[in-house]
Design a protein around this ligand. Structure first.
Ligand code: RTP
Ligand code: MG
Length: 140
C-alpha cells in the first residue's frame, strides 16, 4: 500500500476541552505523521462550502453552526494507507458505535460533537487538503 495523505479536522468540541494534544497523540501512535497543522476560526462560508456535499441532509445547518462555534485545528496527515487508517483511528461517526480505543470512543460527546473529521476517499482528500492548505504549508 502506498504512502497517502489525508485531511483532518480537530473539531470545536475538542479544542474547547483542550484535547488537541490528546487527539494528536492518537494520530501519531497510529504511525501517521502530521505534516501540516493550523488552528483557525472557520467562517460560515468556509464551513458551508467544505460540507457542501451534505447540503441536502437534515443535519447540514446544525453541522455548519457547530463547525463555526469555536476554533478548529486543520491538519494534513501522511502515512501508509493514511485515509483508511485515520478513519479506523477516528472510529464510527456516532461515538455510541465507535470501537474502544478510537478517538471518538474516548473523546466524542455526540454524533454532532464527534471530535474529528477525516477524508473518506482519495478523491475527497485531494479536494479537502487544498481547501485549507497551500503547497508551501505542507512539509512532508
Ligand atoms: P466527518 O465527515 O466529520 O469525518 O464524519 P463522517 O464521515 O464520519 O460522517 P459524515 O456522514 O460525513 O457526516 C459529517 C458530519 O455530520 C454530522 N452528522 N450528523 N445527526 C446525524 O444523523 C448526523 N450524521 C452526520 C457528524 O458530525 C458527522 O461527523
Ligand atoms: Mg464525512
Amino acid at each position: 500500500m502506498a504512502i497517502q495523505r489525508t485531511f483532518s479536522i480537530i473539531k470545536p468540541d475538542a479544542t474547547a476541552r483542550n484535547l488537541t494534544g490528546a487527539v494528536n497523540a492518537k494520530i501519531e501512535e497510529a504511525g501517521l505523521r502530521i505534516i501540516a497543522q493550523k488552528r483557525i476560526q472557520m467562517s460560515k462560508e468556509q464551513a458551508g462550502g467544505f460540507y457542501a456535499v451534505h447540503k441536502e441532509r437534515p443535519f447540514y445547518n446544525d453541522l455548519v453552526d457547530f463547525m463555526v462555534s469555536g476554533p478548529v485545528v486543520v491538519q494534513v496527515l501522511e502515512g501508509e494507507n493514511a485515509i483508511a487508517k485515520y478513519r479506523e483511528v477516528m472510529g464510527a461517526t456516532n461515538p455510541a458505535d465507535a470501537d474502544a480505543g478510537t478517538i471518538r470512543a474516548e473523546f466524542a460527546q455526540s454524533i454532532d460533537a464527534n471530535t474529528v473529521h477525516g477524508s473518506d476517499a482519495p478523491e475527497t482528500a485531494a479536494e479537502e487538503i487544498p481547501f485549507f492548505f497551500s503547497d508551501d504549508e505542507i512539509v512532508g
